[in-house]
Design a protein. Structure first.
Length: 379
């Protein structure tokens, strides 16, 4: 207003989140006690109301019984009095039905009785006050009402960097209703920084993935891990590209199309590429990964699998099996072990195995002959 320098500069969002965290932390014990007490009060009120309806039903049954006795004592010749008492009896019986229906409805509204284990759990978990505070149905007016019911005043004092490497801080004093106060120290971002920054863990993961995958695949991996941008949005290709450009992370460079690995070369390829090179289906490659017939690596959970295709793996894919090589079930019967045990022996290299790609009985063939040379034995 007067052209003077700014005395204090504090971000409102950061201040709001800091105060709110302290508020919810203070209210947590009260919310736990209130939750347990509310359950106890609900059971007590139900017992009181149920007693009232039970007494009303008992009174109605007594009145109906009394009216029935009066009706039975009337002489049949006194028709006028009999009709009067009959009408009274009908009213009393209707009142009994109404009272019993109300009693049954009240019993049906009985609150759930918690077990000792559930009571112990709720005493430690209680009501999630933050979920109530952040719920879409909660209005801003209700949030302000909650804050003002607990907090009287908030005093914020921004300080400068004291030179010890701690950076700028803001001293916050929260004055509660009743006069008690709480002091909180809130770090402030340095000049040129802001609070919406991508976490270092996510940046480190992007640096690991960038040499192997393009931006679209990296965005899918980050989405599979439920990671979000600094503004809380799901990752897209543009977000990954902008992060790489800002932090100087080199992008993925695919190999030239005219360069293909030779027969004796080893290549690390995707599952789809491995299936095309070996003449198999992707489902077979996934099954081999599960059974340990092939080895693969996954840089991070949610990332595509990378299969190492070398000469040894190529030799395991055969159109025909040598003599003495048996299917998995026959090999298990011949060895006297379970099928899973045979697979474990194949994984550990104790048994040689190949995969047939032709014929009506495709699948694994296991070498079980004692004196027969193995497929991978060198003369």
């Amino acid at each position: 207003m007067y052209g003077a320098s700014t005395c204090q500069l504090i971000g409102g969002r950061r201040l709001h989140e800091t105060v709110l965290d302290e508020l919810l932390a203070v209210l947590a014990p009260a919310s736990l006690a209130a939750t347990v007490q509310a359950l106890a009060d609900a059971r007590a009120r139900h017992r009181q109301n149920l007693a009232v309806f039970e007494r009303a039903a008992e009174r109605a049954r007594y009145e109906a019984g009394r009216a029935l006795r009066q009706y039975d004592n009337i002489e049949p010749e006194n028709r006028l009095v009999a009709r009067t008492l009959e009408a009274v009896l009908e009213d009393k019986l209707a009142a009994v039905r109404i009272a019993e229906n109300q009693l049954a409805a009240q019993r049906a509204r009985q609150p759930v009785t918690l077990t000792s284990e559930e009571t112990a759990w709720i005493s430690t978990a209680g009501a999630d006050l933050r979920a109530v505070f952040d719920a879409p149905a909660t209005t801003h007016a209700q949030r302000k009402e909650l804050i003002r019911a607990v907090i009287t005043e908030i005093v914020a004092t921004a300080g400068n960097d004291d030179g010890d490497g701690g950076g700028r801080t803001c001293q916050i004093r929260i004055i509660w209703q009743g006069g008690a106060s709480t002091d909180v120290q809130m770090p402030l971002p340095a000049s040129g920084q802001h609070g919406r920054t991508t976490s270092e863990d996510t940046l480190a993961l992007i640096r690991r993935l960038a040499p192997r995958y393009d931006d679209t695949t990296i965005a899918q991996i980050l989405g599979n891990q439920n990671r979000r941008t600094a503004t809380g949005l799901p990752f897209r290709k543009a977000h990954v590209r902008e992060l790489r450009a800002y932090h100087g992370i080199p992008g993925y460079q695919p190999p030239p199309e005219n360069v293909t690995p030779g027969r004796n070369d080893a290549a690390v390829v995707s599952i789809g590429q491995a299936a095309r090179q070996l003449g198999l289906s992707s489902a077979t490659i996934y099954r081999w990964l599960r059974d340990g017939f092939v080895t693969g690596e996954q840089l991070t959970p949610g990332a595509p699998w990378q299969i190492r295709v070398d000469q040894q793996l190529r030799d395991r894919i055969r159109p025909q099996a040598p003599d003495g090589w048996l299917p998995l079930s026959q090999a298990a019967s011949h060895l006297g072990v379970a099928r899973q045990t045979v697979l474990h022996k194949v994984q550990r290299g104790e048994l040689n195995a190949i995969y047939l790609t032709q014929g009506r009985r495709k699948g694994l063939r296991i070498q079980v002959g004692c004196g027969q040379a193995g497929l991978f034995d060198t003369p």
